[in-house]
Design a protein around this ligand. Structure first.
Ligand code: ZN
Length: 345
């Protein structure tokens, strides 16, 4: 089948690749339609590795995907040929201890698309377990459905934050994940989000999502802004979605007594952790790794109109222009958020 393949660090091609896939009784075969280009795809192209995951042989890129079912396994009752779906890119071992405890995202044996040596889905079709394939509500388009994967990260973070209606949240970083976290924080009951970034066009876009106070930290101090908005009390929740070491080390300065911090971004190095600053507000600190059990809720929020991801789908490329799409994603203009590649029917 045709695929977009990372041959080795810095070299992508569009070519035929043989991938052995047999349709098991609980699997579905999906014609892939929309695939978002993620920061991790770009990172593998640029560097050839993320942490311990090293690209040693050609790998198909892409893990943020939607598509249409073309074949169903004998035991699949929940899905039919022709259903429009999105897919969770991580397949755990359902019998593992982590899976049995409900933390299937933390199963050490999870097979995650476009994480070496597992192929991604920038290709004509894929066989996937029906249990990790979700039918779309009528009102959700295939491009929107391919946004569910980054949205799921924000959903998982919102769950970990235990939002109470009316909470004030800070989201540090207005990249794709920061924007998704802003949307889920508002949908989850936050009365407002104070969103910080250095890139003004991203803040301008996110300010259209609802009660969002954008703070450009090139010009303004975030802690001052939080004090202004909260009358000096501090934010109930701080979502760290920038991965900036400096920002991650400063989260407790923004927090109210009894507040919660959720670390989402991946700092490039260990950070200074101010234990005393955390102690004096009795901060509760959470971390997330991908997500679990959130796709159906994310789809329901999108289907019901509570979350609109359309403004973030800024750039669509046909499959034949996939290499151009990656060149674009490697050096994206500040007005762009998510580039997607579309496969034809
Ligand atoms: Zn992603």
């Amino acid at each position: 089948m045709k695929a977009i393949v990372l041959e080795r660090k810095g070299e992508i091609s569009i070519r035929d690749i043989a991938i052995e896939e047999t349709l098991g009784p609980r699997d579905v075969r999906i014609a892939v339609r929309n695939v978002g280009i993620c920061g991790s795809d770009v990172h593998y192209v640029q560097h050839g590795f993320i942490g311990p995951f090293v690209v040693r042989e050609p790998m198909v890129l892409g893990h943020e995907a939607s598509g249409v079912i073309v074949e169903v396994g004998a035991e699949v009752a929940s899905l039919q040929v022709g259903d429009r779906v999105c897919m969770e890119p991580g397949i755990p071992d359902p019998t593992s201890k982590a899976s049995r405890l409900g933390m299937y995202n933390l199963d050490p044996a999870v097979r995650f698309w476009a994480t070496p040596p597992i192929h991604g889905v920038l290709r004509t079709s894929v066989v996937h377990p029906a249990d990790y394939t979700y039918k779309l509500p009528e009102s959700v388009s295939l491009p929107e459905a391919a946004m569910i994967e980054p949205l799921a990260v924000g959903m998982h973070a919102a769950n970990k934050a235990h939002i109470v209606p009316g909470d004030v949240a800070v989201v540090i970083g207005a990249g794709t994940i920061g924007m998704m976290t802003t949307l889920t924080a508002l949908a989850g009951g936050c009365s407002q989000v104070i969103l910080s970034d250095l890139i003004q066009p991203k803040l301008d876009l996110a300010a259209t999502f609802g009660p969002v106070t954008p703070v450009n930290v090139a010009e303004h101090d975030l802690a001052d802004a939080v004090r202004d908005v909260t009358g000096g009390w501090g934010a109930d929740i701080v979502f760290e979605a920038s991965g900036s070491e400096q920002a991650a080390a400063g989260v407790f300065q923004l927090l109210c007594p009894g507040g919660r911090v959720v670390f989402i971004g991946l700092p490039g190095a260990p950070i200074a952790y101010d234990v005393v600053a955390a102690q004096i507000v009795e901060a509760r600190v959470e971390h997330i790794f991908r997500y679990a059990h959130v796709y159906p809720r994310a789809l329901a929020l999108m289907g019901g109109g509570k979350i609109d991801v359309k403004p973030m789908i800024t750039d669509l490329f046909p499959f034949e222009r996939g290499i151009e799409a990656f060149d674009f994603a490697l050096d994206m203009p500040p007005t762009s958020v998510k580039a997607q590649i579309e496969l034809g029917d």
